[in-house]
Design a binder for this molecule. Structure first.
Ligand code: PNS
Length: 163
């Protein structure tokens, strides 16, 4: 059984994340979506909210498990018997940092990283851009699953772009 992890901050999950998770689901037997708990960064959504949103938005895929982790990703992979890390690559600008992390993780524990190219319609999409645009009233509803649109409009209720 192949078991991979899709790690990230997911603050909040976007259609770009779900594109990668869904494609990983078709390629591997088991996919764990793992939210990084970073004590130095609070984020817009709490870890519990991110986990709930990920559970709701991945519920149609029977081979997905949603979890959180602290510390090194490779240690988490060891504890959960995960074979490889799956990351989305949006553009060349992602590549430098992703390659560094992939090589570090491989050197630390022999855990390989597999890259899936993001679908072109999401190549510009990031959680931080979504939050920035939504904060100033821009409409980001076409970039998010409906559950996240609803959660974001509860967090930022005065922003017409999400009504
Ligand atoms: O969504 P993000 O913020 O791009 O995700 C980054 C993430 C969570 C994949 C990365 O920061 C990570 O793996 N953090 C865990 C700590 C760790 O293992 N650091 C060494 C990476 S080489």
């Amino acid at each position: 059984m192949s078991h991979v992890v899709c790690p990230g901050s997911f603050d909040p999950p976007t259609l770009g994340h779900l594109d990668i998770i869904g494609r990983a689901c078709r390629l591997f037997d088991q996919v764990t979506v793992a939210v990084l708990v970073n004590p130095d960064k609070s984020g817009l959504f709490s870890i519990a909210e991110r986990l709930e949103l990920l559970r709701e938005t991945t519920s149609t895929w029977s081979n997905v498990t949603v979890d959180s982790f602290t510390g090194l990703l490779v240690d988490y992979c060891g504890r959960r018997n995960i074979d490889a890390i799956v990351k989305g690559l949006r553009a060349v600008s992602d590549f430098d940092y992703e390659l560094q992390m992939a090589q570090m993780n491989s050197g630390l524990a022999g855990v390989d990283t597999l890259f899936i190219p993001t679908s072109p319609e999401y190549s510009f999409l990031s959680s931080s851009l979504v939050k920035q645009v939504a904060t100033f009233g821009g409409d980001v509803s076409h970039l998010l699953p409906p559950e996240v649109v609803a959660a974001l409009s509860r967090k930022l209720p005065s922003h017409i772009g999400l009504r």
